[in-house]
Design a protein around this ligand. Structure first.
Ligand SMILES: *[C@@H]1O[C@H](CO)[C@@H](O)[C@H](O)[C@H]1NC(C)=O
Ligand SMILES: *[C@@H]1O[C@H](CO)[C@@H](O)[C@H](O)[C@H]1NC(C)=O
Ligand SMILES: *[C@@H]1O[C@H](CO)[C@@H](O)[C@H](O)[C@H]1NC(C)=O
Ligand SMILES: *[C@@H]1O[C@H](CO)[C@@H](O)[C@H](O)[C@H]1NC(C)=O
Length: 373
């Protein structure tokens, strides 16, 4: 594992793909095989208990003090924070919606006291991660084979952000190759000075693993049920029931960046692992589609272009940023950009503030196809 990297980009991925396929087609040499086994031994800590999930992957309950994050050289003397100390005003909740919360994480049995759930990494995961491009991260410029439809706050001098929030409709678009994401992010700097955290759901075609969180170590898991890389149980159906996940990335006073799902504090990225991330220059929300080189771009969102009909359009609602004084607010006119790099394939339909219950909303997505480079 490359701990020395200056670019620290961390991604919480929530695997939607429910069938786990061991990569049977790729032949690797004996040496490679041994090297992978050596890496796995470092990554997968000895479990106190192991749970076979209904989605095919294994979750190990690891001593909270012995999780992989603490192999990070910057976290040698780190003292675990059991819960965030958000200031009161940040917990303003949005009201009722017809969307129901989608479940994920361990549902029947939580990990025993003093341990936390960690998705076990497999050889196939390592192989998939190795062949994965950097395109999955938030970008400051256009990169090949990646298309975006996002709402992003403008970078304004002396105007910084310390959080991003929103409820994302969960769909499972049919992705034959490449991968499709719905995410929100906080981001500071660019290129080799990029510091960023992303959270959301993703689904992919070929690998059926897609859980690349281990590529960016340092996340300190504290919740006993909800873990990174969990599969999502409930998915929306066009004209059928709608499910969503409420996500929140927020920096605490001591500098740690917490990731929260529907008021459950999953864990945090300690301040110490970032090189310049006391504040973010921008935050954003939207969809991302990654294709193989010269390939067909996968569908995004529900796979349907956004219109005013939220029965079949994938949407974000109650989107908010947190400014550097800790206040939550939504994107007002002339404070954000709509970034759509392939309008024949993917669109965004921003509605702004539509009332107390739904807050600031937008629809996003599209069928994909031959979307150019
Ligand atoms: C969501 O998924 C869980 C786990 O599969 C299931 O028990 C629950 O009934 C589902 N909820 C709804 C509203 O369908
Ligand atoms: C750190 O980020 C801020 C923006 O939040 C930027 O103004 C500053 O130049 C960055 N510092 C370094 C050393 O890159
Ligand atoms: C929304 O779209 C569906 C078809 O996908 C249609 O059945 C329904 O009537 C539409 N609702 C409205 C309010 O237009
Ligand atoms: C944050 O937002 C609040 C309320 O809109 C505002 O009063 C405050 O000045 C903002 N803080 C900064 C640093 O922009």
């Amino acid at each position: 594992m490359d701990f020395e990297r200056m670019i620290l980009i961390v991604v919480l991925c929530l695997c939607l793909t429910s069938i786990y396929q061991v990569n049977g087609t790729r032949i690797i040499s004996k040496e490679e095989e041994l090297e992978l086994e050596r890496q796995l031994k470092l990554i997968n800590k000895p479990p106190v208990k192991s749970i076979q999930t209904e989605f095919g992957h294994i979750v190990d309950c690891i001593d909270i003090n012995k999780q992989l994050a603490f192999d990070h050289p910057m976290l040698k003397d780190h003292k675990i924070q059991e819960r965030p100390h958000f200031s009161k005003r940040t917990t303003k909740n949005v009201g009722l919606s017809r969307n129901r919360p989608s479940m994920f994480g361990l549902q029947q049995d939580a990990c025993p006291s003093g341990t936390v759930p960690i998705r076990r990494t497999t050889k196939a995961d390592l192989i998939a991660i190795r062949s994965m491009s950097n395109n999955i991260y938030p970008q400051t410029t256009k990169v090949p084979n990646m298309h975006r439809a996002v709402i992003q706050m403008r970078t304004i001098e002396n105007h910084r952000y310390i959080g991003v929030k929103g409820n994302i409709n969960v769909y499972n678009p049919v992705v034959k190759e490449g991968s499709s994401y719905a995410e929100m992010y906080v981001m500071n700097g660019a290129d080799e000075k990029l510091n960023s955290i992303t959270t959301g759901w993703m689904t992919d075609g070929a690998q059926k693993t897609g859980c690349f969180n281990i590529r960016c170590p340092g996340f300190v898991q504290v919740d006993k049920r909800v873990y990174l890389g969990s599969a999502i149980s409930n998915v929306s159906i066009p004209n059928g029931p709608q499910f969503e996940i409420g996500l929140y990335i927020s920096k605490e006073e001591d500098g740690n960046w917490w990731v929260t799902k529907d008021d459950i504090n999953i864990g945090y990225f300690p301040a110490a692992i970032f090189n310049n991330f006391t504040e973010a220059e921008t935050v954003g929300w939207g969809g991302l589609a990654v294709s193989l080189p010269n390939g067909i771009s996968p569908p995004m969102g529900s796979g349907i272009f956004p219109d005013d009909n939220y029965s079949h359009t994938s949407q974000f609602r109650a989107i908010q940023y947190r400014n550097s004084s800790g206040e939550l607010d939504g994107p007002h006119e002339n404070t954000y950009d709509t970034i759509i790099d392939s309008p024949d394939c993917y669109l965004i339909d921003f509605h702004g503030y539509i009332g107390e219950h739904e807050g600031y909303t937008f629809g996003f997505g599209g069928p994909g196809g031959d979307c150019g480079i």
